[in-house]
Design a protein. Sequence first.
Length: 95
Amino acid sequence: MFLFACAPSVDDICERLAECGAGTPDEVAECKSEGNELKDEAEAAGCGGEFDDYLSCVDGIDVCDEEAVENSCQSELSAMAACGNQQPEEDPQPG
């Protein structure tokens, strides 16, 4: 039997943030909208792999700890920025 791990989605990360009390339902919806827009932009720029690497990194740590996200995933965030040759917006997190 083969088990395939699914890559985390923006929606998954935003829902996990909501579970730590990090936003109202409207803020979670905004997180999802903005995060999916960033994903679309990354894919259009040929940086979908870098974006997926960043989401995988964030998925592997406590998303409720903003400092841990920043410290643990800085190299993935930098790779995404370098790929698109622009500075990405802050982590998709509600309010």
